[in-house]
Write a protein that binds this ligand. Structure first.
Ligand code: HEC
Ligand code: HEC
Length: 207
Protein backbone atom coordinates (compact mmCIF):
# COMPACT_ATOMS: atom_id res chain seq x y z
CA UNK A 1 0.00 0.00 0.00
CA UNK A 2 1.28 3.46 -0.86
CA UNK A 3 0.60 6.30 1.52
CA UNK A 4 0.11 9.86 0.38
CA UNK A 5 3.17 11.99 1.27
CA UNK A 6 1.10 14.18 3.60
CA UNK A 7 0.01 11.10 5.53
CA UNK A 8 3.59 9.84 5.79
CA UNK A 9 4.64 13.22 7.16
CA UNK A 10 1.82 12.98 9.68
CA UNK A 11 2.98 9.56 10.88
CA UNK A 12 6.55 10.76 11.21
CA UNK A 13 5.50 13.76 13.26
CA UNK A 14 3.14 11.71 15.39
CA UNK A 15 5.63 8.89 16.03
CA UNK A 16 6.32 8.36 19.72
CA UNK A 17 9.48 10.11 20.72
CA UNK A 18 9.42 12.35 17.65
CA UNK A 19 10.29 15.22 19.95
CA UNK A 20 9.08 17.20 22.89
CA UNK A 21 6.16 18.52 20.82
CA UNK A 22 3.74 15.97 22.35
CA UNK A 23 2.47 16.92 25.77
CA UNK A 24 5.18 19.47 26.51
CA UNK A 25 3.23 22.22 24.87
CA UNK A 26 -0.20 21.55 26.31
CA UNK A 27 -0.88 24.60 28.48
CA UNK A 28 -2.64 23.81 31.74
CA UNK A 29 -5.62 25.73 33.02
CA UNK A 30 -5.87 26.07 36.83
CA UNK A 31 -9.64 26.65 36.79
CA UNK A 32 -10.20 23.46 34.79
CA UNK A 33 -7.74 21.76 37.16
CA UNK A 34 -9.85 22.74 40.15
CA UNK A 35 -12.89 21.17 38.46
CA UNK A 36 -10.93 17.99 37.69
CA UNK A 37 -9.74 17.77 41.29
CA UNK A 38 -13.40 17.29 42.19
CA UNK A 39 -14.42 15.23 39.12
CA UNK A 40 -11.54 12.72 39.46
CA UNK A 41 -12.41 12.17 43.12
CA UNK A 42 -9.27 13.80 44.56
CA UNK A 43 -11.40 16.12 46.71
CA UNK A 44 -13.04 13.13 48.39
CA UNK A 45 -9.81 12.31 50.22
CA UNK A 46 -8.00 15.68 50.18
CA UNK A 47 -9.99 18.25 52.15
CA UNK A 48 -8.99 21.78 53.11
CA UNK A 49 -6.90 21.93 56.27
CA UNK A 50 -8.93 21.54 59.44
CA UNK A 51 -11.39 19.09 57.90
CA UNK A 52 -10.29 15.49 58.44
CA UNK A 53 -9.78 13.48 55.24
CA UNK A 54 -8.22 10.16 54.23
CA UNK A 55 -5.25 11.87 52.56
CA UNK A 56 -3.04 14.89 53.36
CA UNK A 57 -4.75 18.32 53.38
CA UNK A 58 -5.28 20.17 50.10
CA UNK A 59 -2.86 22.90 51.22
CA UNK A 60 -0.06 20.31 51.41
CA UNK A 61 -0.70 19.23 47.81
CA UNK A 62 -1.32 22.67 46.40
CA UNK A 63 1.71 24.87 46.87
CA UNK A 64 4.44 26.37 44.68
CA UNK A 65 6.65 23.43 43.64
CA UNK A 66 8.56 22.01 40.69
CA UNK A 67 6.52 20.05 38.13
CA UNK A 68 8.80 17.00 38.40
CA UNK A 69 8.81 17.39 42.17
CA UNK A 70 5.01 17.11 42.01
CA UNK A 71 5.35 14.11 39.65
CA UNK A 72 7.50 12.47 42.35
CA UNK A 73 4.78 13.07 44.93
CA UNK A 74 2.19 11.57 42.59
CA UNK A 75 4.45 8.54 42.21
CA UNK A 76 4.57 8.11 46.01
CA UNK A 77 0.81 8.18 46.05
CA UNK A 78 0.21 4.83 44.39
CA UNK A 79 0.30 2.20 47.18
CA UNK A 80 -1.80 4.12 49.74
CA UNK A 81 -4.40 5.37 47.28
CA UNK A 82 -4.57 1.99 45.53
CA UNK A 83 -5.27 0.25 48.85
CA UNK A 84 -7.95 2.78 49.82
CA UNK A 85 -9.71 2.57 46.44
CA UNK A 86 -9.65 -1.22 46.61
CA UNK A 87 -11.39 -1.15 50.00
CA UNK A 88 -14.01 1.14 48.49
CA UNK A 89 -14.22 -1.07 45.37
CA UNK A 90 -13.49 1.90 43.14
CA UNK A 91 -11.43 2.09 39.96
CA UNK A 92 -8.13 3.96 39.72
CA UNK A 93 -9.03 7.25 37.96
CA UNK A 94 -7.22 7.52 34.62
CA UNK A 95 -5.87 10.95 33.68
CA UNK A 96 -5.09 12.20 30.15
CA UNK A 97 -2.14 14.48 29.34
CA UNK A 98 -4.44 17.50 29.02
CA UNK A 99 -6.10 16.72 32.34
CA UNK A 100 -2.70 16.29 33.99
CA UNK A 101 -1.61 19.68 32.61
CA UNK A 102 -4.71 21.25 34.17
CA UNK A 103 -4.27 19.46 37.51
CA UNK A 104 -0.61 20.48 37.64
CA UNK A 105 -1.52 24.11 36.95
CA UNK A 106 -4.08 23.96 39.78
CA UNK A 107 -1.63 22.31 42.21
CA UNK A 108 1.02 24.93 41.26
CA UNK A 109 3.57 22.49 39.84
CA UNK A 110 5.79 24.62 37.60
CA UNK A 111 8.67 23.26 35.46
CA UNK A 112 10.55 26.54 35.98
CA UNK A 113 10.89 25.62 39.69
CA UNK A 114 12.63 22.30 38.96
CA UNK A 115 16.40 22.71 39.27
CA UNK A 116 18.71 21.73 36.40
CA UNK A 117 18.95 17.93 36.72
CA UNK A 118 22.07 16.32 38.12
CA UNK A 119 22.55 13.50 35.61
CA UNK A 120 25.03 11.44 37.60
CA UNK A 121 22.67 11.55 40.60
CA UNK A 122 19.91 10.43 38.21
CA UNK A 123 21.95 7.43 37.10
CA UNK A 124 22.59 6.47 40.71
CA UNK A 125 18.86 6.80 41.49
CA UNK A 126 17.86 4.48 38.63
CA UNK A 127 19.76 1.73 40.40
CA UNK A 128 19.09 2.80 43.99
CA UNK A 129 15.32 3.09 43.50
CA UNK A 130 15.24 -0.43 42.05
CA UNK A 131 13.94 0.47 38.56
CA UNK A 132 16.38 -1.99 36.94
CA UNK A 133 14.99 -4.84 39.02
CA UNK A 134 12.02 -4.78 36.65
CA UNK A 135 13.06 -2.63 33.67
CA UNK A 136 15.90 -2.68 31.18
CA UNK A 137 17.94 0.29 30.09
CA UNK A 138 20.28 -0.32 27.16
CA UNK A 139 20.14 -4.08 27.59
CA UNK A 140 20.78 -4.12 31.36
CA UNK A 141 18.25 -5.02 34.03
CA UNK A 142 15.06 -7.04 34.51
CA UNK A 143 12.25 -7.93 32.12
CA UNK A 144 9.11 -7.61 34.29
CA UNK A 145 8.44 -4.10 32.94
CA UNK A 146 9.11 -2.49 29.56
CA UNK A 147 12.53 -1.47 28.25
CA UNK A 148 12.92 2.13 29.41
CA UNK A 149 15.07 2.94 26.36
CA UNK A 150 12.04 2.58 24.09
CA UNK A 151 9.98 5.33 25.64
CA UNK A 152 11.96 8.52 25.30
CA UNK A 153 8.84 10.54 24.38
CA UNK A 154 7.69 10.11 27.99
CA UNK A 155 10.73 11.88 29.43
CA UNK A 156 10.34 14.91 27.19
CA UNK A 157 8.03 16.89 29.45
CA UNK A 158 6.96 16.80 33.12
CA UNK A 159 3.35 16.45 32.02
CA UNK A 160 4.02 13.45 29.77
CA UNK A 161 6.00 11.88 32.60
CA UNK A 162 3.42 12.61 35.32
CA UNK A 163 0.64 11.19 33.10
CA UNK A 164 2.63 8.00 32.50
CA UNK A 165 3.39 7.64 36.18
CA UNK A 166 -0.18 8.25 37.23
CA UNK A 167 -1.63 5.65 34.88
CA UNK A 168 1.02 2.95 35.49
CA UNK A 169 2.01 3.30 39.12
CA UNK A 170 -0.80 1.09 40.52
CA UNK A 171 0.49 -1.86 38.44
CA UNK A 172 4.05 -1.09 39.48
CA UNK A 173 3.04 -1.00 43.14
CA UNK A 174 1.17 -4.30 42.71
CA UNK A 175 4.22 -5.92 41.05
CA UNK A 176 6.49 -4.65 43.81
CA UNK A 177 4.25 -6.22 46.44
CA UNK A 178 4.12 -9.50 44.50
CA UNK A 179 7.91 -9.63 44.10
CA UNK A 180 8.48 -8.60 47.71
CA UNK A 181 10.26 -5.38 46.65
CA UNK A 182 9.86 -2.11 48.49
CA UNK A 183 7.97 0.37 46.28
CA UNK A 184 10.43 3.29 45.98
CA UNK A 185 9.51 6.79 47.20
CA UNK A 186 10.84 10.07 45.81
CA UNK A 187 11.55 13.35 47.54
CA UNK A 188 12.69 16.83 46.48
CA UNK A 189 14.85 16.87 43.37
CA UNK A 190 15.15 13.10 42.99
CA UNK A 191 12.49 12.65 40.31
CA UNK A 192 13.94 15.56 38.31
CA UNK A 193 17.40 14.01 38.41
CA UNK A 194 16.10 10.58 37.38
CA UNK A 195 14.04 11.90 34.46
CA UNK A 196 16.92 14.13 33.37
CA UNK A 197 19.18 11.10 33.24
CA UNK A 198 16.61 8.97 31.36
CA UNK A 199 16.07 11.75 28.83
CA UNK A 200 19.81 12.14 28.21
CA UNK A 201 20.45 8.38 28.13
CA UNK A 202 17.70 7.66 25.61
CA UNK A 203 18.59 10.60 23.39
CA UNK A 204 22.12 9.29 23.19
CA UNK A 205 20.84 5.93 21.90
CA UNK A 206 17.70 6.49 19.80
CA UNK A 207 15.87 3.30 18.86
C1 HEC B 1 -8.88 7.23 48.16
C2 HEC B 1 -8.28 8.42 48.71
C3 HEC B 1 -7.46 9.30 47.79
C4 HEC B 1 -7.83 9.82 46.57
C5 HEC B 1 -9.11 9.56 45.80
C6 HEC B 1 -6.75 10.67 46.15
N1 HEC B 1 -5.74 10.66 47.08
FE1 HEC B 1 -4.01 11.74 47.00
N2 HEC B 1 -3.37 10.85 48.73
C7 HEC B 1 -4.10 9.93 49.47
C8 HEC B 1 -3.25 9.42 50.55
C9 HEC B 1 -3.65 8.39 51.59
C10 HEC B 1 -2.00 10.06 50.43
C11 HEC B 1 -0.73 9.85 51.26
C12 HEC B 1 0.08 8.82 50.49
C13 HEC B 1 1.45 8.52 51.04
O1 HEC B 1 2.16 9.43 51.45
O2 HEC B 1 1.83 7.33 51.00
C14 HEC B 1 -2.12 10.97 49.27
C15 HEC B 1 -1.09 11.81 48.83
C16 HEC B 1 -1.19 12.66 47.73
C17 HEC B 1 -0.14 13.54 47.28
C18 HEC B 1 1.23 13.64 47.90
C19 HEC B 1 1.26 14.48 49.10
C20 HEC B 1 2.65 14.43 49.72
O3 HEC B 1 2.78 13.88 50.82
O4 HEC B 1 3.60 14.89 49.11
C21 HEC B 1 -0.59 14.20 46.17
C22 HEC B 1 0.17 15.23 45.34
C23 HEC B 1 -1.94 13.72 45.91
N3 HEC B 1 -2.27 12.80 46.89
C24 HEC B 1 -2.72 14.13 44.85
C25 HEC B 1 -3.94 13.54 44.50
C26 HEC B 1 -4.67 13.83 43.29
C27 HEC B 1 -4.22 14.81 42.21
C28 HEC B 1 -5.80 13.03 43.31
C29 HEC B 1 -6.86 12.90 42.25
C30 HEC B 1 -6.45 12.59 40.91
C31 HEC B 1 -5.76 12.26 44.55
N4 HEC B 1 -4.62 12.61 45.25
C32 HEC B 1 -6.73 11.37 44.94
C33 HEC B 1 -5.41 9.54 49.24
C34 HEC B 1 -6.14 9.84 48.10
C1 HEC C 1 8.40 -4.31 40.74
C2 HEC C 1 8.67 -4.06 39.36
C3 HEC C 1 8.85 -2.61 38.91
C4 HEC C 1 9.66 -1.63 39.48
C5 HEC C 1 10.53 -1.71 40.71
C6 HEC C 1 9.51 -0.46 38.60
N1 HEC C 1 8.64 -0.73 37.58
FE1 HEC C 1 8.10 0.54 36.11
N2 HEC C 1 6.73 -0.81 35.43
C7 HEC C 1 6.59 -2.11 35.89
C8 HEC C 1 5.50 -2.76 35.17
C9 HEC C 1 5.01 -4.18 35.39
C10 HEC C 1 5.00 -1.78 34.25
C11 HEC C 1 3.85 -1.93 33.28
C12 HEC C 1 2.63 -1.42 34.02
C13 HEC C 1 1.43 -1.27 33.14
O1 HEC C 1 1.33 -1.90 32.10
O2 HEC C 1 0.56 -0.46 33.53
C14 HEC C 1 5.80 -0.58 34.45
C15 HEC C 1 5.62 0.59 33.75
C16 HEC C 1 6.52 1.66 33.77
C17 HEC C 1 6.47 2.79 32.89
C18 HEC C 1 5.38 3.04 31.87
C19 HEC C 1 5.73 2.44 30.55
C20 HEC C 1 4.65 2.70 29.56
O3 HEC C 1 4.17 1.76 28.96
O4 HEC C 1 4.27 3.85 29.40
C21 HEC C 1 7.52 3.61 33.19
C22 HEC C 1 7.92 4.91 32.50
C23 HEC C 1 8.22 3.00 34.28
N3 HEC C 1 7.60 1.80 34.61
C24 HEC C 1 9.33 3.53 34.92
C25 HEC C 1 9.87 3.04 36.11
C26 HEC C 1 10.91 3.71 36.89
C27 HEC C 1 11.56 5.02 36.52
C28 HEC C 1 11.15 2.92 37.98
C29 HEC C 1 12.08 3.17 39.15
C30 HEC C 1 11.85 4.40 39.91
C31 HEC C 1 10.26 1.77 37.88
N4 HEC C 1 9.51 1.88 36.74
C32 HEC C 1 10.20 0.74 38.80
C33 HEC C 1 7.32 -2.70 36.89
C34 HEC C 1 8.21 -2.03 37.73
Amino acid sequence: MRLAPALVAFFLLAAPGAGPATAADVPGDPARGRGLFADKGCARCHHPRGQPGLGPALEELRRPQGALELAGRLWNHAPAMFALLKQEEREWPRISAQEMADLMAYLQGNPARDPVPDLSQGQVLLVRKGCLKCHQLRGEGGTVGIDLTKYHGRYASPIAWATTIWNHSPQMAAHSARLGLLYPRFSGEEMGNLVGFLRAATQASPQ
